[in-house]
Write a protein that binds this ligand. Structure first.
Ligand code: UT7
Length: 333
């Protein structure tokens, strides 16, 4: 069987217009800009406005139109939609189908939602890669679109300072015979022994939103920050090391490292473990905070568009999230 190599044909991103700074948050809760910057590197975050359709599917529509333009494709060229969101527009219909509608796609392509929290977009890349390599689909739209502001408790200073809303997408397709773009290696995992460290218990089938749930504040995300911090550094570093080793290359061959943007200290801890010079590591957490599965595709899109990442560069992605899910991808762009 002939296997195709996978190429990222185009990328796009969308950031909500509304900017909320640390100073804005300090007016509402007992925090301050110095503490947030020192502990997380975050200075601001974007917050979605539902009246502007800045919901997961709506942000994904805008990001996809940019990616289609970059890839020189039209909406009906997409033959599969994979959509990562921690909490999509609604339970039914799924966000991927809503996105298909919003893009005016009429080819009835399959449209699938996946939730692997912050690792969701990374989780979808090996799946898209397998479908491209085996010739099942030609142009797969991989979306990471997140509206964390909808389940972020704005009165809890332990969590609310960390998160923002955004969408990043990539269109994956076949590399032609004379191109060297390819995905070298991927790894995914989930360590469920840590499942209770980052949670949103209410709002699903097991616990509906009731008056009692609202009184107990169970409709919001909860987090054991220090446990997540330790697991994040350990898992992202191990996974990054694994994919580079499996590719037969070394950390010196990595041109760009794009880790999940959760906390600058986590990023620096992983980066220094591999002696990556700071200019090799793509960071935007200061502007957008943690936008869950959107962080890596947004940072990737920004670095492609501003000319830092060029065709032929070796790029390393790593992410972790609730579950505790994690993954890494090493590829030639
Ligand atoms: O995608 C995965 C998402 N989650 C993460 O990546 C989270 C990973 N963890 C972290 O980023 C860090 O653990 C945090 C940023 C959440 C917290 O940083 P920390 O250095 O672990 O601080 P801490 O929780 O140990 O808190 C230190 C102090 C505490 O006060 P006391 O007990 O020492 O008096 C907190 O009450 O800082 C206090 N504190 C704050 N102070 C001002 C906690 N949050 C704030 C705040 N502003 N927003």
């Amino acid at each position: 069987m002939k296997l195709f190599n996978t190429k990222i044909l185009g990328t796009g991103s969308y950031l909500p217009e509304k900017i909320v700074t640390n100073h804005d948050l300090a007016k509402r809760i007992d925090t301050n800009d110095e503490w947030i910057v020192e502990r997380t590197g975050i200075k601001a975050r974007r917050i979605a406005d539902i009246s502007k359709d800045e919901v997961p599917s709506g942000m994904a529509k805008e990001a996809t139109l940019r990616a289609l333009e970059a890839a020189n494709l039209t909406p009906n060229d997409i033959d599969c939609i994979l959509f990562s969101s921690t909490l999509a527009d609604q339970a039914m219909p799924n966000a991927a189908s809503v996105l298909q509608f919003k893009l005016g796609i009429t080819n009835n392509c399959p449209a699938l939602d996946v939730n692997a929290a912050c690792s969701g977009w990374i989780y979808l890349i090996p799946m898209a890669n397998a479908l491209i390599q085996t010739g099942v689909y030609k142009h797969i739209l991989v979306v990471g679109s997140e509206m964390l502001s909808s389940f972020n408790n704005w009165d809890d200073r332990n969590t609310c300072i960390l998160f923002g809303d955004a969408c990043g997408v990539a269109i994956l397709g076949r590399a032609s015979e004379n191109e060297d773009a390819r995905i070298y290696s991927t790894v995914l995992s989930s360590d469920s022994s840590k499942k209770d460290h980052l949670t949103l218990w209410a709002g699903g089938s097991a616990k509906k939103i009731t008056h009692e749930v609202l009184e107990n504040n169970e409709q919001w995300m909860t987090m054991n920050g220090q446990e997540i911090f330790k697991a994040a550094v350990k898992t992202m570093a191990a996974h990054a090391e694994k994919v580079v080793k499996e590719s037969g290359l070394t950390m010196n061959d990595v041109d760009w490292f794009i880790p999940h943007q959760a906390n600058l200290r986590i990023i620096e801890a992983v980066g220094t473990r591999f002696n990556f010079p700071p200019e090799k590591v793509i960071i935007n957490v200061e502007k957008y905070a943690n936008t869950s599965s959107a962080t890596v595709p947004v940072a990737f899109d920004e670095a492609v568009r501003d000319g830092r990442i060029k065709r032929g560069d070796n790029v390393l992605f790593a992410a972790f999230g609730a579950g505790l899910t994690a993954g890494a991808i090493f590829f030639k762009y």
